[in-house]
Design a binder for this molecule. Structure first.
Ligand code: ARG
Length: 420
């Protein structure tokens, strides 16, 4: 009988003796490079490395692959998942106007379930019994990755060395030195903790943890500082078909390229800097600096178009469903059936979201300035202050007001006396 005190807390946690071959989610950075060696040493297991391309800029996948092989990986697979990420993850987020908190468009939260799904697929193909990832015990990412793996592949085990190895950065650097692991960018200053993909970039750590410290300029690697952005404003038009962004300034692009181009023009104008205090699902309140130039153009454009084609009733309901969708995704429950249920509504609502929105970009601000749609619930004739040609009945207004205010008037009389 095994000692209950030594039993793993969760069904998917690995007993070290059962770990034979590990699929490691590998970024090429310090943590996962140390991990690549550490797993071989500690578990006497083989390691297959997997690196997923979600459109994070400036990555050299040949270098990453070479590094993994140098550190003893059986092989290093690089999966280009940009199309799948854009169409199956970012697009539903656009249709749901997905924002968590005051401005986080969930790029990391959207990427994790896809990475976890690919890890399961690759673990199957390469005969791995265990998946390892580099998340810490203090973040949301461990939840997203492990919840997805445990849902899709209950038989696979998961190890999260950063949660257990009790090495700080200094010990990790020392371990790297001892084991011939190259450390990028010197070892003196701890770098920001970065995560990025096609849909945005986040920075955590260092001074960001001091809430009264205003952002240092060196954190912004994607977006131009608004002070340095062009003095001339620029209007970009975004064309949507059934909720899908399909054109930029009248040019048609595939989704990946459209997001990249929107990101470039937004970054040039200083758009999409978010300095957010965030309630994590593991109980911590943490500050993040986000750079989300594409999302800061495409989401407001989408929302405005949705607003234009929706009725008052649809427009009142949708934000509450959007918020629920964003929270499920933030909280690591991508595979929760409610998310698919909500997607059915999102798709129904987006069936009308066709048209074009112009967004004016100027030194860090993105403001909707033009709207047009064949499905607009809008009649310029009705709205105008000029004579509306009998379409809108002025005579009906007093009768409407009489009935519309009836309950409120009765309540007022009851509370304030009949002769008030
Ligand atoms: N706070 C964000 C989230 O929970 C971003 C996390 C970034 N992840 C990272 N490993 N640096 O989604």
């Amino acid at each position: 009988m095994s000692d209950p005190a030594n039993r793993p807390t969760a069904s998917y946690q690995a007993n070290p003796e059962d770990v034979q071959r590990v699929l490691l989610l590998y970024s090429g950075g310090l943590d996962t490079s140390v991990m690549l060696k550490w797993i071989q040493e500690k578990y006497e297991a083989e390691v297959v490395a997997l690196t997923v391309n979600l459109g994070q800029p400036g990555e050299d996948y040949d270098v990453i692959r070479g590094k993994a092989q140098h550190l003893g990986a059986l092989e290093c697979r690089v999966v280009d998942a940009r199309e799948e990420f854009a169409h199956e993850y970012v697009l539903p987020a656009i249709k749901a106007n997905a924002i968590y908190g005051s401005g986080y468009p969930l790029f990391t939260a959207l990427g994790r379930p896809l990475i976890a799904k690919l890890a399961v697929e690759q673990a199957r193909e390469t005969g791995c019994d265990t998946i390892a990832h580099g998340c810490t015990g203090k973040g949301n990412d461990q939840v997203r990755i492990e919840a997805t793996i445990a849902t899709l592949a209950p038989d696979l085990k998961v190890i999260a060395p950063v949660r257990s190895w009790q090495m700080g950065r200094e010990e990790e650097v020392a371990y790297a030195r001892e084991h011939g692991i190259p450390v990028r960018g010197g070892t003196e200053v701890a770098p920001y903790s970065i995560d990025d993909n096609l849909w945005g970039r986040s920075s955590e750590g260092r001074w960001i943890e001091n809430l009264d410290h205003a952002p240092d300029d060196d954190v912004f690697q994607l977006v131009t500082r608004p002070e340095e952005a062009p003095d001339e404003a620029e209007v970009v038009t975004v064309g949507f078909e059934r909720g899908v962004p399909v054109t930029l300034n009248g040019e048609r692009y595939g989704l990946v390229e459209l997001i990249e181009r929107a990101g470039e023009v937004g970054a040039r104008h200083g758009i999409g800097i978010v300095d957010q205090l965030e309630d994590r699902i593991v109980g911590l309140k943490v500050r993040d600096i986000y750079e989300v130039p594409a999302a800061a153009i495409l989401l407001p454009a989408h929302q405005e178009l949705e607003w234009l084609v929706g009725t008052i009733h649809q427009n009142q309901l949708k934000p509450s469903l959007d918020q629920k969708w964003a929270y499920l995704v933030y909280a690591g429950l991508w595979l929760e059936p409610l998310r698919a249920d909500l997607d059915a509504y999102m798709n129904a609502a987006n069936s009308q979201v066709t048209g074009t929105i112009g967004v004016k970009l100027y030194k860090g601000s993105a403001r909707v300035v033009t709207r047009s749609s064949p499905n607009a619930v809008y009649d310029a004739q009705l709205v105008t202050f000029h004579e509306s040609g009998g379409l809108f009945s002025h005579e009906a207004s007093p009768g409407f007001i009489e009935l519309w205010s009836l309950q409120s008037r009765i309540a007022w009389r009851v509370r304030h006396g009949s002769d008030a």
